[in-house]
Write a protein that binds this ligand. Structure first.
Ligand code: ADP
Length: 293
């Protein structure tokens, strides 16, 4: 499968000239030392990964580990201090402004954590909102919005207002808004974390179901290892700005790279992570690799 997103040695050092921060890191200073000396934060340190077309790449980490910083760099909302982000063959840092605009408008959509819906707009208007800036005619916007709402099972609620919908439905509207732009790449920043556990579970299953048909390339951020293992073809575990392990669910559970990852894997819900419906697949495959590890 072709690589859709390639992130190479990306760094983000807040509040200081990039070369100064990189020099400090190169000279062996830890992030803690840098914070102590300069009061500035290293948000992401030397992250690299590739995401193949049609795959879900999950970045999992606790609060403050650098997940949002990473995804915001991929979306161009913040500029990396160093490193490369290549989207569909284009280096985001060096392509022309027109090309960059094209990538942002047509290739990448972001689905946010707290739905970010406008209360005074209907569901269909919310879904169509992002299409307006593309200069799309109203009729086409409505058509795309209805199609995206059908994909998430909410066609019949097109004329409702957000506060008439449950939390799960509102998140589905958020997802439909991402899909309406017909992006090749979806960036999802903790999209389900505000939902209660049962609805969250439904949404995870719906996302997997949707993915089987739409086959988008997805970068999904979460602080929940179960969610990461259920959804991710590949999972990167982030700690304190760094990737501490990257692999499939099976690899991470069978061979945690260190005690930090191992501690997380103690609490996983195997019955959900390794079912036939999860990306990780049926449990016997894992059993096999655990036995042979
Ligand atoms: P996560 O998404 O995993 O919770 P973030 O990417 O938001 O983590 O944050 C990573 C680190 O970078 C944290 O220490 C955070 O305080 C810091 N950080 C994030 N944004 C900024 C900013 N704009 N200025 C300074 N520090 C920031």
């Amino acid at each position: 499968m072709p690589v859709k997103v390639s992130v190479k040695n990306i760094f983000k050092i807040f509040g200081m000239e990039p070369h100064r921060g990189l020099e400090l890191l190169k000279n062996g200073r830890s992030k803690e030392d840098i914070f102590e000396e300069t009061g500035q934060t290293v948000g992401v340190e030397d992250a690299s990964f590739d995401v193949e077309e049609g795959q879900i790449f999950v970045v999992m980490g606790l609060s403050g580990s650098g997940k949002s910083t990473l995804v915001r760099m991929i979306n161009g909302l913040i500029e990396p201090s160093a490193g490369q982000i290549i989207i569909d063959g284009d280096d985001v840092a060096s392509c022309s402004p027109a090309r960059l605009r094209d990538i942002r408008r047509n290739k990448v959509s972001m689905v946010f954590q707290h739905f970010a819906l406008f209360p005074h707009k209907t569901v269909a208007e919310n879904v169509a909102f992002g299409l307006k800036i593309k200069g799309m005619p109203a009729e086409e916007r409505r058509r795309r919005a209805m199609e995206a709402l059908a994909q998430v099972g909410l066609e019949s609620r097109a004329d409702s207002y957000p506060d008439e919908l449950s939390g799960g439905m509102q998140q589905r509207v958020g997802l439909a808004r991402g899909l309406a732009a017909e992006p090749e790449i979806l960036l999802m920043d903790e999209p389900f974390s505000a939902l209660d556990p049962l609805i969250r579970r439904d949404m995870q299953e719906e996302l997997l179901e949707l993915q089987r048909t739409l086959k988008k390339t997805i970068i999904f951020i979460t602080h929940d290892l179960n969610e990461a293992l259920i959804l991710g073809n590949q999972i990167a575990i982030m700690r304190n700005g760094r990737f501490v392990q990257t692999g499939t669910a099976e690899e991470i559970v069978a061979n945690p790279a260190n005690d930090y990852v191992a501690a997380f894997t103690q609490d996983i819900d195997r019955s959900r992570v390794f079912t036939a419906d999860s990306v990780a697949g049926p449990a016997d495959a894992v059993q096999l690799s655990t036995d042979t590890a």
